[in-house]
Design a protein around this ligand. Structure first.
Ligand code: TV1
Ligand code: CA
Ligand code: ZN
Length: 392
């Protein structure tokens, strides 16, 4: 009805699972899995499913999770029950060891199902790329970039991105991982520290003492051992509060453009954490839906296959706006979808101001003071260009 048509000779697949969206981290926890339901409903209201292949995913298997995560961590995750909080009498140190059961990574009912569903979505998306059945595969339920091999961290239990990249590496020589979540993509960076077949790039707020996870300084480019092929293949873009669309887009295009020319990736894995938007409950930036989406549009313009993941995003109405808009970019309908949220959209009352593109003033009472000087941003780009000289 909005003249949304299937792009010719170009396939976009949308991977989701309504089951995952029903889980709860707890009343006050910022992570709200129902933001995925809100996203899907907005995508549907705009008529976008007609232009994509839509898949309902199954759970990832133990064996699939085991391609990155250790067996003892997975065995504990399977049996971990909310009743175990705060500690298991038999193994008093288990929760501490695996960083489970605290306020960031609580043990909740159906946790293992939630984790294996998220991983299943990202793995299915990656497989559509390795089998050449999709040009862009969308996995909004994934993007949980902090999880480690044997440890949960920052709302993330299973690192679906690492699992998906391992899948991409089966057929692709070089994977470029890009992370626009407001937090540093530490888990993905660390997982590929020792290979030159994955380059990781994270844009994030960086303030070690006060902002999670505290890693990702400009100078951190991977272990600098002579014999490590992964040296120089981790790029970090540390930012301060209040960065604007114009600054972010300039940075993104200068950095990703240079990386694309030098590294020549055969596939992109793009984490689109929506907590980098203005007005996010945990974020600190002044990005609008258009600025966030411009990163997706730029990656698409490079003309190589891509998996797009979700990630953070703690103001559900803005998460849904960004990911619906980015879905429209994937299918090439961004110039056709109306700015006004469709009349018949369920939960329309959630979208105050009734627009897909709220202004900064609509997103937050007072936009954050911009603490990113033009001089510093130029220094960052210069540093990245210098790093790239070490890349073969
Ligand atoms: C329960 C209830 C948990 C309210 C957590 C914000 C809460 C936070 C809560 C919170 C919160 C964090 C830390 C401190 C490490 C801790 C999905 C030393 C209002 C990808 C993860 C952020 C971001 C973790 C995840 C961070 C992602 N911030 N209210 N917790 N300790 N944890 O700072 O990158 O978006 O905040
Ligand atoms: Ca990031
Ligand atoms: Zn985040």
């Amino acid at each position: 009805e909005y003249n949304i048509v299937r792009p010719k000779g170009y396939t976009v697949s949308y991977h989701a699972t309504p089951e995952m969206e029903k889980h709860h981290f707890g009343q006050t926890h910022p992570m709200k899995p129902w933001r995925l339901t809100l996203t899907k409903s907005l995508v549907t209201s705009y008529g976008m499913p007609f232009a994509m292949d839509n898949y309902v995913t199954r759970e990832a298997t133990y064996e699939e999770l085991n391609t990155f995560h250790s067996s003892d961590y997975l065995d504990y995750l399977i049996t971990a029950a909310p009743e175990d909080q705060p500690r298991d009498i038999e193994n008093p140190d288990k929760e501490v060891k695996y960083n489970l059961g605290g306020s960031d990574c609580p043990l909740f009912h159906g946790l293992y199902n939630y984790c294996s569903m998220s991983a299943g979505v990202s793995l299915d998306a990656a497989r559509k790329i390795t089998s050449n059945q999709s040009d862009i595969a969308i996995a909004w339920a994934g993007g949980l970039h902090h999880a480690k091999r044997y440890e949960a961290s920052g709302f993330c239990y299973i690192n679906d991105i690492v699992l998906a990249i391992l899948q991409l590496l089966r057929t692709h020589p070089r994977v470029l991982y890009i992370d626009i979540d407001v937090h540093h993509g530490d888990g993905v960076e660390e997982a590929f520290f020792s290979t030159d077949r994955v380059m990781t790039v994270s844009f994030h707020k960086y303030h070690p003492e006060t902002f999670f996870p505290g890693t990702g300084a400009l100078e951190d480019n991977g272990p600098k051992s002579e014999h490590n092929p992964g040296a120089h293949h981790a790029i970090n873009v540390p930012l301060q509060d209040g960065i604007t669309d114009a600054q972010y887009e300039w940075l993104f295009e200068s950095i990703i453009g240079a990386i694309n020319e030098r590294y020549r990736p055969s596939v992109i894995a793009l984490q689109c954490g929506a907590d980098s938007l203005a007005g996010d409950r945990l974020g600190r930036f002044n990005l609008r839906v258009e600025g966030h989406g411009a990163c997706v549009r730029y990656c698409k313009s490079l003309g190589i296959p891509m998996v797009v993941f979700g990630g953070g995003g703690y103001t559900p109405r803005n998460v849904a706006r960004a990911w619906a808009y980015e879905t429209s970019i994937a299918i090439g309908a961004d110039d056709r979808i109306p700015e006004t949220i469709p009349e018949h959209a369920p939960w329309r009352e959630h979208f105050i101001h009734e627009t897909l593109f709220p202004t900064l003033e609509q997103s937050m009472h007072e936009p954050r003071h911009n603490r990113n000087s033009e001089k510093r941003l130029r220094e960052i780009v210069t540093h990245v260009h210098e790093q790239l000289r070490f890349v073969a």
